[in-house]
Design a protein around this ligand. Structure first.
Ligand code: BGC
Length: 727
């Protein structure tokens, strides 16, 4: 063969190879399931199992031979966590892993603005990709059942509808950036005390109506690619190997085709976990990764015929499917990511600004006119404390964190004399698994109080920054009480006596008792843990540059014993068992049904503007069970400032064969209006969503009859009602 001929033939051959590859690629692109099957068919059992457990704290190995990349996971819900060493929990000391830190979950929910949840998902996705992460371990969406749960701050709400709305937006945005969400903790992880051993029992109705909807929406509407099984047991079985939760509900009913992973060290067995639908083992506390439940013991179980190969193949398929959905086999078309852009920081600011809830503003003390004030006392540890870096798995090594004192000094320090006093004891002795950070938390320090009183007397206005810190709102332990720690009640009382122009800003992520202070100070602003932009946002809220528009995502009880789990004495359970006896009456469902007046109700929050809701109507008065209700109302800004109101639509079913909550949130919308502006708001509810879970029928049931639709701006402030009937 001459040279020309040879060249020609090799060109043809090359072309043929390219065409076959291209055809295969195109085929694979159109049929990812075929590619998954083909890859699995090329794997040894050892290789398959290697994809089902981590080989370091946050990585799962790939298979080089088959071009299957390593999988990189990272915490957490409100920022991408700094890099951790592969084989221990120390931080790796990288210099490019300072991230954007958002206000945690309860703050996000307090914005009642799903657009912000979406914006957050985008930022988290971009930063996760910048860090070359494939899975972000969030959102955390467990129901806030008790004010004491240490992780309430990471979660969102006591209401499943509010959780679902925010979670779906977050997940869709995050995953649009080719990063898988891991919605957690599946399921009923509503306390930290004994979280790794407690057995949770609840009725089927409570499961279906309260604890499941957030997860259901995250999977079916949000399309979450992964789910994290909780530490606790559910009805006698660990969540990581719970046939009912994992096979029946998650896989069968919700049609979940993604990866079910354990929480870190939440696997307990090989065979049972393998047979009940777990895919991925993470964080097990055994040094040799080969000894993990889903490592050599799984290989052995398959070889001995105790776990069918088909089960292993299904798990591997789930893993590969998530890899494909996040474009791990298509790196050139994958999101490249970016970190700490001005847009990211703006998003963190927006959340903090929209989350703050104005609880009280007697005499319209707020907003403060800093052009007129000549001196101000800033008191309290939370005026200077940075919170982003604490709370355990959700802690963020943030690029910066602006404290309230920093921001007030920067914005107003040139013209206003700022007198700072510590006010209460600075404590942070928290250690994982202990409550050391909370001991002597009720200590009253008179020396600090006297100093605070002195600066209060010397100043025109006082702002006390109090509340909690992550010694209290933290993973791994619950709060011991709902009290404001460090003698803050006494501090606030004494300062308010010295200067009645005292504003209290509460920085906390879970309910605290305010009954000791509401009658002592005119104004209270709840500004949450505010993330990296906390100080800037709170300064703008206090000065009126931003009008508060947050609403409580949970009920704020007067005292702990008002709260359902505590009123019934079933938190945190006995002998490692907890029975959710309050059933479906969680949060405002309990308070409103039992007619208990809380300190501040669910959905509540004031504004510097005023709003009135009018003309509430529905498109019809009678509906069939398959129909949709179209409700309408007008909202008018009756104040003199631009601001937002959250119009909330609750439904009650006054005559029903079972007890129903007094009312339940079914729709809401946050609306921004100029002074004097009026807007017509349209809200829709499917009649099917008025159903209760009927334990006798084992199905949802909308009983024909009358329903009352109530529109208002909190669960306790209903402006108008309309009756409809369902045929
Ligand atoms: C937490 C998870 C977290 C994981 C990894 C666990 O202790 O419960 O929420 O994602 O650790 O840090």
């Amino acid at each position: 063969m001459n040279r020309i001929m040879k060249t020609f033939l090799s060109a043809v051959l090359l072309l043929m190879v390219c065409v076959t590859d291209a055809q295969q690629m195109a085929k694979a692109g159109n049929a990812p399931e075929e590619k998954i099957r083909s890859l699995i068919s090329q794997m040894t059992l050892q290789e398959k199992v290697s994809l089902l457990h981590a080989n370091s704290k946050f990585y799962v190995p790939g298979i080089k031979r088959l071009d299957i990349p390593e999988w990189a996971l990272s915490d957490g819900p409100h920022g991408v966590r700094a890099e951790i060493n592969r084989d221990d929990w120390a931080y790796a000391g990288w210099t490019n892993d300072s991230a954007t830190c958002f206000p945690p979950g309860t703050a996000l929910a307090a914005t009642w603005n799903p657009r912000l949840a979406y914006e957050r998902g985008i930022v988290l996705g971009e930063e996760a990709r910048f860090r070359k992460k494939d899975i972000l371990l969030g959102p955390g969406i467990n129901i806030i059942r008790s004010p004491l749960c240490g992780r309430n701050f990471e979660y969102m709400s006591e209401d499943p509808f509010l959780i679902s709305t925010m979670s779906v937006a977050y997940i869709k945005a995050l995953q649009s950036k080719n990063v898988a969400a891991s919605v957690k903790h599946w399921l009923a992880n509503n306390q930290e005390e004994h979280r790794d051993s407690v057995d949770v029992n609840m009725s089927e109705r409570a499961l279906r109506e309260i604890y499941l909807p957030g997860f259901k929406a995250s999977v079916t509407e949000g399309g979450a690619y992964t789910v994290m099984a909780a530490y606790n047991k559910f009805r006698g079985d660990w969540c990581s190997e719970n046939e009912y939760l994992n096979r029946q509900i998650l896989r069968k009913e919700l049609g979940f085709k993604g990866v079910l992973m354990t929480d870190w060290s939440a696997a307990h067995t090989t065979i049972k976990a393998a047979l009940t639908g777990l895919d991925l083992e993470m964080g097990t506390d055994k040094k040799d990764y080969n000894e993990w439940y889903f490592a050599n013991p799984l290989i052995k179980a398959v070889e001995e015929g105790k776990v069918p190969m088909a089960e292993v193949d299904e798990k591997v398929a789930n893993v590969l499917r998530v890899m494909m959905k996040t474009k791990m086999f298509d790196e050139s078309n994958r999101e490249k990511g970016k970190m700490n852009t001005p847009e990211h920081q703006q998003a963190a600011y927006n959340d903090a600004a929209e989350a703050a809830v104005l609880l009280q503003n007697n005499g319209n003390i707020l907003p403060l006119n800093f052009n007129k004030i000549t001196s101000i006392a800033i008191i309290g540890d939370n005026a200077t404390r940075k919170h982003c870096g604490a709370g355990l798995s959700s802690e963020i090594k943030t690029l910066y964190e602006v404290t309230p004192l920093d921001a007030i000094q920067k914005k107003f320090g040139a013209t206003v004399k700022i007198n700072f006093a510590q006010g209460y004891e600075k404590q942070s002795t928290f250690k994982e698994g202990s409550n050391t950070g909370q001991t002597s938390a009720d200590k009253v320090d008179w020396k600090l109080i006297d100093e605070a009183v002195k600066v209060a007397k010397e100043s025109e206005v006082v702002i006390i920054f109090g509340g909690l810190n992550h010694d209290f709102d933290t993973e791994s332990s619950d709060k011991q009480s709902m009290d404001l720690p460090y003698g803050q009640d006494v501090l606030i009382r004494e300062v308010a006596k010295a200067n009645p122009n005292t504003v209290v800003v509460i920085i906390a992520g879970s309910p605290v008792k305010l009954s000791g202070i509401v009658h002592r100070v005119p104004s209270i602003l709840w500004s949450w843990f505010g993330g990296m932009e906390a100080g800037n946002a709170v300064a703008d809220l206090l000065s009126g540059k931003v009008n508060p528009s947050g609403k409580l995502p949970f009920t704020l009880p007067v005292s702990l014993d008002q709260s359902p789990a505590h009123a019934l004495g079933n938190f945190p359970g006995r002998n490692l068992k907890v029975n959710y006896e309050e059933d479906i009456l969680v949060g405002y469902r309990w308070f409103d049904t039992k007619k208990i007046v809380p300190q501040f109700p669910f959905g509540y929050g004031l504004s510097y503007a005023g709003f009135s809701i009018g003309n509430f109507s529905t498109n019809k008065t009678s509906y069939g069970k398959g129909e949709t209700i179209h409700a309408k109302c007008t909202l008018k800004n009756t104040g003199s400032r631009y601001g937002a109101e959250v119009v909330q639509l609750y439904v009650s079913d006054p005559v029903c064969s079972v007890l129903r909550p007094e009312k339940e949130l079914k729709a809401f919308e946050k609306v921004f209006l100029q002074p004097g502006e009026t807007k017509t708001i349209e809200l829709t509810i499917k009649v099917a969503d008025l159903a209760f879970y009927d334990e006798t029928k084992k199905d949802w049931n909308v009983e024909a009859g009358e329903f009352v639709l109530q529109i208002g701006n909190s669960s306790r402030n209903i402006s108008k009602s309309v009756k409809i009937s369902v045929k």
